[in-house]
Design a protein around this ligand. Structure first.
Ligand code: NDP
Length: 328
């Protein structure tokens, strides 16, 4: 028997989440059973702990789009009992039962062995948000970004993706301008390595001029919407924007002018279906390029019983940094 946060659909169409003690035979099919040590809270988790946002297919459901833990048993030769593993993506926590439980059963293909230097707790302090931030840094580098090219803008900076992106970029020697709608997080963002704080209002207005002064060598964008559209017009010649999120909206009220006259690139970043080799590369880079003291400064500790509230908070943009959920 083990504890899990189970979300049930009620007759009136709403959902209710509660911690239940359930037996292992209720776990879904999969080759590897994992004793979950830690999970975390992402924007999608906020949706799945509540009414689902269209992501959850079947109820009762165990949310948690990522987890790290220790293999209990495996019918796949790549894993054996005692191995430390991390999982993000593959629609775990949405279409498949996820990490808000003391045990999980998943496909071996979905797991990544924890690289040296990371524990299950630090891996979940990073979580899907930090993993995706690393994918964005790698994509910008693959498109020619170097610290000499100029300042990199990070939007939604005090959130999970933004916090980790800021810390990694600063550690790699980049000047980082952090966009936030919460001025009270300025000291926190500077402690992560931000060299400039940009108030959200400065980028809130929709595009009036398709080209503005060239200000940023690159951008990691967690916000989307009107802010992303404005940023495109401020990117330096040949620079790139890594689009990760839609915390500010899914629309893109932009013009093609910056692409045509400045040769800029918009790079889409997907963490869910990312191939195994690139996952391994990103986790290895996290282990070397993200300073653990800065990661620790982002951590907000939590337990399974905190999740309904934290899920609601992340949907309102009220979470600072990275929540680490001790499921035990
Ligand atoms: P968080 O809620 O932790 O961070 C989002 C941040 O965006 C907030 O903290 C806030 O930053 C800012 N923000 C929120 N609402 C608005 C708004 N209306 N306008 C402008 N800024 C706003 O979420 P995560 O960092 O975990 O995720 C960020 C986004 O990335 C989400 O949309 C998520 O779905 C997406 N995502 C995508 C992935 C992928 O594979 N592509 C993987 C992981 C996440 P501040 O207070 O500093 O202004």
């Amino acid at each position: 028997m083990f504890n899990a946060l189970i979300v049930e659909k009620l007759e009136d169409g709403t959902t209710s989440a509660s911690i239940q003690n359930i037996s292992e035979d209720r776990l879904p099919e999969g080759e590897v059973t994992v004793a979950v040590d830690y999970s975390t809270v992402n924007y999608k988790d906020g949706l799945c702990v509540g009414p689902g946002g269209g992501l959850v297919r079947n109820y009762p459901h165990v949310p948690g789009i990522d987890f790290a833990g220790t293999v209990l048993d495996s019918s796949d030769a790549r894993y054996k009992a005692g191995d430390k593993v991390v999982l993000t993506g593959w629609r775990v926590g949405e279409a498949h039962w996820g990490g808000y439980a003391q045990k999980a059963r998943v496909k071996a293909d979905w797991l990544v062995p924890l690289p040296e230097g990371l524990t299950p707790r630090t891996a979940m302090a990073v979580g899907t948000a930090g993993f995706t931030a690393m994918l964005a840094v790698m994509a910008l580098e693959d498109h020619g970004l170097t610290p000499e090219k100029g300042t990199v803008l990070v939007t939604g900076a005090a959130g999970g993706v933004g916090s980790v992106a800021t810390a990694i970029l600063a550690n790699l020697g980049y000047q980082v301008a952090a966009v936030t709608g919460r001025p009270e997080t300025a000291d926190y963002l500077k402690s992560l390595g931000a060299t400039q704080i940009v108030p959200r209002e400065d980028l809130a207005e929709t595009v009036k001029r398709p080209l503005e002064a060239e200000q940023w060598a690159g951008c990691i964008d967690a916000v989307g919407g009107a802010m992303l559209a404005r940023v495109l017009g401020q990117i330096s010649y040949g620079g790139s924007v890594a689009a990760i999120g839609l915390a500010g909206g899914a629309g893109l009220p932009a013009t093609v002018i910056p692409f045509l006259l400045r040769g800029i690139n918009l790079l889409g970043i997907d963490s869910v279906m990312q191939p195994f080799e690139n996952r391994k590369r990103a986790w290895a880079r996290i282990a070397t390029d993200l300073p653990l003291d800065k990661l620790e400064a982002m951590v907000v500790p939590a337990t399974l019983s905190d999740l309904p509230q934290l899920g609601a908070d992340i949907l309102k943009g009220k979470i600072k940094g990275r929540v680490v959920v001790d499921v035990n």
